[in-house]
Each structure stands twice: as structure tokens, then as C-alpha cells.
Design a protein around this ligand. Structure first.
Ligand code: HEC
Length: 207
């Protein structure tokens, strides 16, 4: 009986492992840095690459912009990527070497570095309303040994202002309140006193 359990355990672990392994060399989502984690949870031992997202920092609502995720350094034989965006109305469109997985873009298979760098081109379709959105990109620079060792990842972001950007919320003036306390409203009377003091000073000088 115990034996059976052990076999079941080994089976469960190896199934888990093979699904996660399968998922990564052909792309993995949720690792762009947007959700706080990225590829380096598993990919270790290599040098950290430098990564950058390039493309227009402003877009008209509904317009399409061309962007590139560039990775240099690290093990620099092959590499992969995960790109995400934090605005619901925005749409990512895959380019060469990437595909759409859920709402994110990932590598189709490990891509070769050329001349010391690896570029992933993609498009961003801006939402139809004004917003300041953020693109997230994480790249793994790998040694092409088909394991997660000897590789290392890095992540970057790029802000894109769509239209006039996210409207700035102006705090309404603090309401007069008798409750006192140490809230922000408490500073209003102090300011009032200071201003009154200034006015008196001015008047005195003029006299
Ligand atoms: C849950 C662990 C895990 C995470 C997270 C992970 N990977 Fe992997 N990755 C693996 C494993 C295991 C392999 C080797 C097996 C395979 O090829 O799938 C691998 C292989 C790769 C390879 C080929 C490596 C080589 O040296 O040949 C690339 C490229 C790759 N992953 C990219 C990424 C990218 C990009 C991310 C983040 C967006 C990522 N991985 C996140 C586990 C992970």
C-alpha cells in the first residue's frame, strides 16, 4: 500500500515537472514582472542580461505602436520573453518569434541571439480612452542547454501615455469640519492664520 502511494507521488511530481518544463521553453505567462515575479525564480546561474523596451512613449487612443524588447548580455545563446500590459483596453499583438498566450506575449521557442543581442518586435494597440499604461517585459538570457541552469533573466517597464494620459485626480478641498483631530483638514486653519498674519504685516509696512 505504501509502495502504491510512493508511486502515485512520483507520478504526480513528474507530471507537474513536465507540464511546467513544457510550458517554459515554449513560453510562460505571469512572469513579466507585472505580477511581481519573473523567470529568475527558476532560471539561475548565468550572468544577468540588460533589457530595455523601446517604442513610442505616447500614443493616440486606439492607435497602434511598434515596440521592441531588446536583451543584451548574459549567457546570450538563446532567450525568451514575457510581455504584459496593465491597461484592460490595451491589446498586445505578437511579432516574429512571439505568440499570444492569454493576454500576454511569450516566445514561441527559445530564439537565437545575433550579434550579441536578441530583439522581440511586437505591437501595442492603445485603449480607446485616455490612460497612462505600463508595458512589462522580462527576458531570459540562456545558454541553450535546454535546462533552467546557467541562465538568468531581467525585467523592465515602459510607460506609455495614451491621449492625455490617466486623468490627475485633484483632491477636493478639505471640507470644514468641527471634529478636529489630526487629519489634513487640520492644516487649513493654520494656513488661514499664517495668511492673515502676512496680510497684517503688509498692512503695517504700508502704514
Ligand atoms: C517554473 C520554472 C520556470 C519559470 C518561471 C521559467 N522557466 Fe524557462 N525553463 C524552465 C525549465 C525547467 C526549462 C528547461 C526545460 C524546457 O526546455 O522547457 C526552461 C527552459 C527555458 C528556455 C531554454 C533554456 C536553455 O538554456 O536552453 C528559455 C529560453 C526559457 N525557459 C525562457 C523563460 C522565460 C523567458 C521565462 C520568464 C518569462 C521563463 N523561462 C520562466 C523553467 C522555468
Amino acid at each position: 500500500m505504501r509502495h502504491l502511494f510512493r508511486i502515485a507521488g512520483v507520478f504526480a511530481v513528474s507530471t507537474l515537472w513536465s507540464t511546467s518544463a513544457f510550458a517554459t521553453s515554449t513560453g510562460i505567462t505571469g512572469q513579466s514582472g507585472k505580477d511581481g515575479v519573473m523567470c529568475s525564480t527558476c532560471h539561475k546561474g548565468g550572468e544577468v542580461p540588460t533589457v530595455v523596451l523601446e517604442g513610442p512613449a505616447t500614443l493616440e487612443p486606439g492607435a497602434t505602436g511598434q515596440y521592441t524588447f531588446i536583451m543584451r548580455g548574459g549567457a546570450a545563446k538563446t532567450g525568451g520573453v514575457d510581455i504584459a500590459v496593465d491597461a484592460a483596453g490595451a491589446n498586445l499583438v505578437a511579432g516574429t518569434g512571439t505568440k499570444k498566450l492569454g493576454a500576454e506575449l511569450v516566445h514561441t521557442a527559445p530564439q537565437d541571439f545575433t550579434a550579441g543581442e536578441l530583439r522581440f518586435n511586437f505591437s501595442l494597440v492603445a485603449p480607446s480612452t485616455d490612460v497612462t499604461l505600463k508595458l512589462f517585459g522580462a527576458g531570459n538570457s540562456s545558454n541553450a542547454d535546454k535546462s533552467s541552469d546557467g541562465d538568468r533573466a531581467a525585467a523592465t517597464t515602459l510607460s506609455v501615455k495614451v491621449g492625455n494620459g490617466t486623468p490627475v485626480v485633484v483632491d477636493p478641498l478639505p471640507a470644514e469640519s468641527d471634529s478636529g483631530g489630526c487629519s489634513a483638514a487640520g492644516t487649513a486653519p493654520v494656513w488661514g492664520l499664517a495668511l492673515a498674519g502676512l496680510a497684517m504685516l503688509r498692512r503695517r509696512r504700508q502704514n
